[in-house]
Ligand binder design. Structure first.
Ligand SMILES: [Zn+2]
Length: 481
């Protein structure tokens, strides 16, 4: 498999990527903050009738240059609520109750009914990373609306260090709604960790801050009856010492596991796209962390399909899928695979770019997901979409359209036992590839330009070094992707 030969050369890239993520999300946040609840309510009401046709037109002509790298939930964050005191949160809740529809109207808001798992040939629990704006309990109803049999959420603001404690009322409602709607919080709810937390942080003070936020999330899981918790392993920082970073992550996990000894929450390392100093691009990184975790029952992996593909693990053909799963098994062990993030990729194979695409529209394509939902080894695991759902509303403003997730869940479920050579499959495959063609072309050109630039730089560097008499260490000269 063509993968990058080393990490060091890619180091400057990491800064670029991280900055990109921040800019992207804060931009979206601005668009959504304050009006989030209303926006979702409005769009869901109208989308029941018009969602699908509207969606098609939006995808046929991608007008925006935005590249969502993180779950769309980032946009629908509950930042606002997290900032306020509990008193004002309560006040807002009262306002909401009077303003919003009565509970029985919820059924009318449903964008797709949930599929009975027993009706599927393989027990695939597919859902999405939904909004928890207004409180964690709202994630349950948001998952229900899109017909999700699993869901992810943020337990607190994912971009702020300070958050108010989990409100008793939100906790009670989370338990009640999960029970009422038959979501097994212990198995099919997969909270996503904060983007700020870097458990590989070497600076003592910053490391403490990261650890405390991480521990707080695990305690929230325990209070909510959640047993799986997914997070990005971290970043090595300057110098790119991967071994040291893996050890620091494992040490923090050990400490957090001890501090939450009674809860048995399993901490899931997410594989990453392998850019710059990010830990987790290679299965070996995850293996090295797990090896140093004392309580192996408290650690596992969440496999993100987009990240894996961008990192150089192919999933497209049945043979490629089997080979990647085999590699996962031999390097990490399939027993550690506890959850999946199901995303297509706007960026080509082994490009080390983290750009989530809608299912079937990216470089992975529908066949990769056919491989996934038909792999019986994955039955029972939570599978979470982190695909983009932003659309331009009639007023030109960006709104989230959860109908897209509702449709993607049904699409993925329909692939179970479908013949990939059937007309039905081929037509769907063709339609979705056409929908993503412009976006794939755009990103491919970016990647090509970057590769050309890097090659030029590398050539220049070589000449310079030769002139200088080859004094550089090979660490800084041998890597290109
Ligand atoms: Zn992910």
């Amino acid at each position: 498999m063509a993968r990058r030969s080393s990490r060091s050369a890619a180091q400057p890239k990491s800064t670029t990527v991280e900055t990109q993520v921040d800019v992207t999300v804060s931009k979206t946040k601005k668009q959504v903050n304050g009006t989030e609840t209303t926006a979702v309510t409005k769009s869901t009401t109208t989308e029941v009738k018009t969602g699908i046709s509207k969606r098609k037109s939006a995808h046929a002509e991608p007008t925006t240059k935005r590249e969502p790298e993180e779950p769309a939930e980032a946009a629908a964050s509950d930042d606002e609520d997290q900032d306020d005191s509990q008193r004002s949160a309560k006040k807002r809740k009262i306002t909401k109750t009077t303003k919003n529809r009565p509970a029985e109207d919820d059924a009318a808001m449903t964008l797709a009914p949930r599929t009975a798992i027993s009706s599927l040939k393989h027990a695939m629990y597919i859902g999405a990373h939904v909004s928890a704006a207004g409180g964690v309990h709202n994630a349950v109803t948001n998952a229900l609306k899109i017909g999700g049999n699993a869901f992810a959420l943020f337990l607190k603001s994912q971009r702020k260090w300070a958050s108010p404690p989990l409100a008793d009322d939100a906790r009670t409602q989370f338990h009640a709604l999960s029970k009422q709607h038959n979501y097994d919080a212990g198995r099919h709810v997969l909270p996503h960790g904060s983007y700020l937390v870097n458990l590989a942080q070497a600076d003592r003070e910053k490391a403490d801050q990261a650890y405390n936020s991480f521990l707080d999330d695990l305690q929230r899981c325990a209070a909510l009856g959640i047993k799986l918790y997914n997070f990005h392993p971290g970043s090595t920082g300057a110098g790119g010492d991967m071994a040291g970073a893996c050890s620091r992550i494992a040490a923090n996990l050990n400490r957090a596991h001890r501090a939450t000894a009674g809860s048995n929450v399993v901490t899931l390392l997410e594989n990453m796209c392998g850019s710059g100093n990010v830990v987790g691009g290679r299965f070996e990184d995850l293996r090295d962390i797990i090896a140093q975790v004392e309580d192996k029952s408290r650690v596992g992996v969440c496999l993100d399909t987009c990240h894996a593909f961008a990192a150089g693990y192919d999933l497209r053909s049945p043979e490629a899928w089997a080979a990647t799963m085999k590699e996962f098994d031999s390097v990490i062990g399939l027993g550690y695979l506890r959850a999946l993030h199901i995303n297509d990729s706007k960026a080509p194979f082994a490009s080390h770019r983290d750009l989530h695409a809608n299912i079937g529209t990216g470089f992975l394509g529908l066949r990769a997901f056919h491989n996934l939902v038909n792999d019986p080894r994955l039955a029972g695991l939570p599978m979470v979409l982190e695909t983009p759902i932003e659309e331009k509303g009639p007023d030109g403003k960006t709104v989230n359209n959860p109908q897209i997730w509702a449709d993607e869940i049904k699409l993925l479920e329909s692939l179970i036992e479908m013949d990939p050579e059937s007309d039905e499959f081929r037509e769907k495959e063709k339609e979705l590839q056409a929908r993503g063609a412009a976006e794939r072309k755009r990103v491919q050109e970016q990647v090509d330009r970057k590769a050309a630039k890097d090659a030029k730089k590398a050539a220049k560097g070589k000449t310079k070094r030769r002139k200088k008499g080859d004094e550089d260490s090979c660490d800084s000269c041998n890597e290109s992707e």
